[in-house]
Design a protein around this ligand. Structure first.
Ligand SMILES: O=c1ccn([C@@H]2O[C@H](COP(=O)(O)O)[C@@H](O)[C@H]2O)c(=O)[nH]1
Length: 250
C-alpha cells in the first residue's frame, strides 16, 4: 500500500470550484494554469458534472479533493470510498459524526480499491464541525453542549484512531489538532479569508498566512478567488501573501 504523497509538489491552496457545471469549472481551472494548486470538487459541481469532470481535471494534471462528505451506514460509505478511489481522486472526506465504524469502512474501501491497482491510496479525512458553525449555533441548534474546540478535538482523535489521515476543521483549531494527533495528521481548513474579504456564511475564519502559521496544511479557498473580478490575480495575491508556504511539512 502506498499512501499518497499529496501536497509535496503543490501550493497548500485548494481552490473550491463551486460552480454550476463542467464548462465553468474547466474555464476557471484554465485561468490558474501554471500555478500548482489543488482543485476541490464539491457537491454543486459533482452533482451537475459527475465523475467525467473529475476525470478531465485529473487528465489535466490537477490534484483533486473530492469534497462530498460521505455520511451513511458503513457498507454504503465503503462502496462510495471504493468508487471515489477508482475515480483517481487524491483526497476525499467523510463526516466524523458518522462514527468510527463508518470512518474505518471509508478507509478500507479506499485501500481495497487501490490495492494492486498501482495507484496511490487517496488521503481519507473527516469533517469535524463545519466552518459555518459557530459555538453558539452548535450548542443551541445542534444540541452539543460543549466548547466547540473540544468537539473538534474529540472528532479528530476519533478519526485518527480509525486510521484516517486527517481532518477538515477551521484553521483556528489546526494547532490544537496537530498537538493532539501529531504533526503528520493532515489539517485541511476552509473558512480562509484574506484581510478585508467578505466572510459570508463562514463563522470560523482566518487569513491564509495566519492559517499556515497555526498549523494548517491545506487552505480551502472558494469565493475570495472564484468570485473575484480576476480570479487568477486574486489567487496570485494569496500565493504572494503566504510566500513560499508549502504543505511539504507533512
Ligand atoms: O467545514 C467546511 C467544510 C467544507 N467547506 C467547503 O469549503 C469551501 C469554502 O468556500 P468559500 O467560498 O471559501 O467559503 C466550500 O466549497 C465549502 O463547501 C467549508 O466551507 N467548511
Amino acid at each position: 500500500m502506498r499512501i499518497s504523497a499529496a501536497g509535496r509538489d503543490t501550493h497548500p491552496i485548494m481552490v473550491a470550484l463551486d460552480v454550476p457545471g463542467a464548462d465553468e469549472a474547466l474555464a476557471l481551472a484554465a485561468r490558474f494554469e501554471g500555478i500548482p494548486v489543488w482543485m476541490k470538487v464539491g457537491m454543486e459541481l459533482y452533482y451537475a458534472a459527475g465523475p467525467d469532470l473529475v476525470r478531465r481535471l485529473k487528465a489535466q494534471g490537477h490534484r483533486i479533493f473530492l469534497d462530498l462528505k460521505f455520511h451513511d451506514i458503513p457498507n454504503t460509505v465503503r462502496g462510495a470510498a471504493r468508487s471515489a478511489t477508482r475515480l483517481g481522486v487524491d483526497m476525499f472526506n467523510v463526516h466524523a459524526a458518522g462514527g468510527s465504524a463508518m470512518m474505518r469502512a471509508a478507509l478500507e474501501g479506499a485501500l481495497e480499491a487501490s490495492a494492486g491497482s498501482g495507484d496511490e491510496t487517496p488521503l481519507v479525512i473527516a469533517v469535524t464541525q463545519l466552518t459555518s458553525t459557530s459555538e453558539e449555533t452548535m450548542r443551541r441548534e445542534i444540541g452539543i453542549d460543549a466548547p466547540l474546540a473540544d468537539v473538534v478535538l474529540k472528532y479528530a482523535r476519533l478519526a485518527k484512531d480509525a486510521g484516517l489521515h486527517g481532518v477538515v476543521s477551521s484553521a483556528q483549531e489546526a494547532a490544537a489538532v496537530k498537538a493532539a494527533c501529531g504533526a503528520g495528521f493532515v489539517t485541511v481548513t476552509p473558512g480562509i479569508r484574506p484581510l478585508g474579504a467578505d466572510v459570508a456564511d463562514q463563522a470560523r475564519v482566518m487569513t491564509p498566512a495566519d492559517a499556515l502559521a497555526n498549523g494548517a496544511d491545506y487552505l480551502v479557498i472558494g469565493r475570495p478567488i472564484t468570485a473575484a473580478n480576476d480570479p487568477r490575480e486574486a489567487l496570485e495575491r494569496i500565493v504572494r501573501e503566504i510566500g513560499n508556504g508549502n504543505a511539504a511539512q507533512q
